[in-house]
Ligand binder design. Sequence first.
Ligand code: ZN
Length: 356
Amino acid sequence: MKLRLRARCLINFAALVTIFGGSLIGPDAYAQPPGDWIDAHFHLVADKDDLESFDEAARMALESMDAAGIRTIAIMSPPRPKENFDIESIAGVVKKYGPRIVMLGGGGTLNPMLQEAARSSVVSEEVRRRFAETAQRIIASGAKGFGEIAAHHVSLTPSHGYESVPADHPLLLLLADIAAQHDVPIDLHFDPVSEDVEKPATLSSPKNPPVLKENIKGLERLLAHNRKTRIVWAHAGVDPVGFFTPKLAREMLGRHPNLWFSVRPTGPTPGAMVPPKGPINEAWIAVLRDFPDRFVIGSDNFVVPARYTGPDAPRIFAQRAEVQRRGILRLLSHLPPDLARRIGYENAERLYRLNR
Ligand SMILES: [Zn+2]
């Protein structure tokens, strides 16, 4: 086993926000107004079943959507290690504020079942049955797909979990088949690791293991398992480990016609699609141009209402929203108008079937 220490100087998101605030990208970046757009990966986080707080979060989100020209957001629970809120807490705001807010389901129910199942070597029939029933209920409740589901999720702060499950775990293959049956996508958090590697020094959270294991082959098996399943690989553009490169994205898109990416363009890590300072990464732009139908925008922004009492990670992440939104507007302005339209909203409308 070859181990390589990646000791690059990365700064975590929270530190970036603290150090630089929201003034990283000047208005000179906007060559042309991008028009409105769809944010396909968005988190409202409140305490489970505190419906009033979810409503407050939705109103806060709508205000910022109006300011930033966002037509629709797809909200979902982050991929939780233990059971947490899911569609039952957010269906109300979707009903009330739809079609501007749509939901994906499973981050607070299916994902904990998956992480739990990954700790034992066999998946019992009972677990499979419960998992499938939950998945069916999510779609019956009006979710546009499954998410956020994690196959590999590194921890960015001590209150942010580490999760690792083979992407071809039997429950993910089962979920792929259920998604295909309903013609809905799976939003997948997958921090890629191309070869076994020692944990980068920058991933200092004690929840991360000392060695990160190769995981791409499992994802390829998941994608090949059912070609009718649309997998949306989240967070293209920013890479906390060092392997989520334009080259990898290009290769995977070439091999897997059922793969899409949602773009979170701005972050402090080297090679970001839209760096906080300096020029846009043209290697990423070339992939967007070559696969114009396979990308959507997914800011990964968090909105957290005043009364939330859980761990502090969502509040830390909520601080980066403004920087990320500016990065998205800068990206859309940088693209040729037809490509900006596709990535800005047309692809998302088709992928999530937002018009029906
Ligand atoms: Zn994620």
